[in-house]
Design a protein around this ligand. Sequence first.
Ligand SMILES: O=P(O)(O)OC[C@H]1O[C@H](O[C@H]2O[C@H](CO)[C@@H](O)[C@H](O)[C@H]2O)[C@H](O)[C@@H](O)[C@@H]1O
Length: 280
Amino acid sequence: MTTPPSKPARGQGTDNALACFDDIAAALKGRSPALFLDYDGTLVPLARRPELAVATPRLRDTVARLSTLMPVAVVSGRGREDVSQMLGVDGIAYAGSHGFDIRDASGADLSGDIGAPYRPALEAAASALADRLAPIAGAFLEDKTYSIAIHYREAAPDTHDVIRAAVDEEVARRDTLKRTGGKMIHELRPDLDWDKGTAVLRVMETLGLTPPDAVPVYIGDDETDEDAFRAIRDSGIGIKVADAGDDAATLARYRLGTPAEVTTFLGRLADYLEMGGASA
Ligand SMILES: O=P(O)(O)OC[C@H]1O[C@H](O[C@H]2O[C@H](CO)[C@@H](O)[C@H](O)[C@H]2O)[C@H](O)[C@@H](O)[C@@H]1O
C-alpha cells in the first residue's frame, strides 16, 4: 500500500531558508540576484489594521543595505505610495495594488495606465459596499486606486458570511472586476490577467535581468504571492513565510517562519553579498 503524500506538495515550501542558506548561496553563485519582497505578513507581522503594521528600523536598514547590493522591489497588495511610506526605504522599486501600479527605483512608471479604465467600476463598487457594510462594526474598506480591500479581521465572525455575500453581489454586477482573497480581506480588482507574478517579470525585464544569468528571489506569505512564486518557479527562488504548522500547499521552494526570521535572512543575504559571495 502506498502512503499518501503529506499536504505541502506543489512547490514543497518545507525547508527553512535559513537552515538551507548555503544551498541558496550556491544557487546565487556567479549570477545576479534580484530581490522581491511582499510587505504585510512578510516584512512586518499582521496587525489589527493596515496602519498599525509598521516596519522596524532594523528591517528598514537591512532593506536599504540590500538595495546597494542588488535590485530590490517591494510587491504589495497595498497602494504603492502607502507601502513605500510604510517601509520608508528610498531607491528601490515599488509595485502596489498587486502590481497594477509599478514604479522603478528612479520613480519611472512601469505599469502604464493598465488599471485606469477599471477605476470607475472600482469606485462604484466601493461606494456601494461602503453603504452596505456601514452597519457592520469592524468591517471597512481600503481604496488602493486599482484595487479595493474589504477588511473583516475586526468584524464579528457571525458577520463574515454577510460581508462575503455583499462583496460577491457587487462583483457580479460588474463584469470588469473580480474578487480575490487574502488574510481576513476580500479584494476587488480589474478582471485582467495581471498579478504579482506579472509585476515581477515586468521589473526583471525592465532592468534587463534575464535568467539564468539573473535569479529572482521572492519572499511572500499570502495567496496572491503564489502568482509570483509561479512566475519564478523555474528561474528563481521562492520563499514562503509560514509557520511550521501551516500545511497549505505552496509553489515556493523554501520557508521562513515569521517576519523576524525574514529580517534575519535578509541580513544574512546582505552579509553574504557584501563579502562578494555571489561573485563568480
Ligand atoms: O501584498 P501585501 O503587501 O502582503 O498586502 C496584502 C494586504 O495587506 C494588508 O492587509 C493585511 O494586513 C493588515 C495589517 O497587518 C491586516 O489588518 C489585514 O487583515 C491583512 O489582510 C493591506 O491592508 C491590504 O491592502 C493588502 O492587500
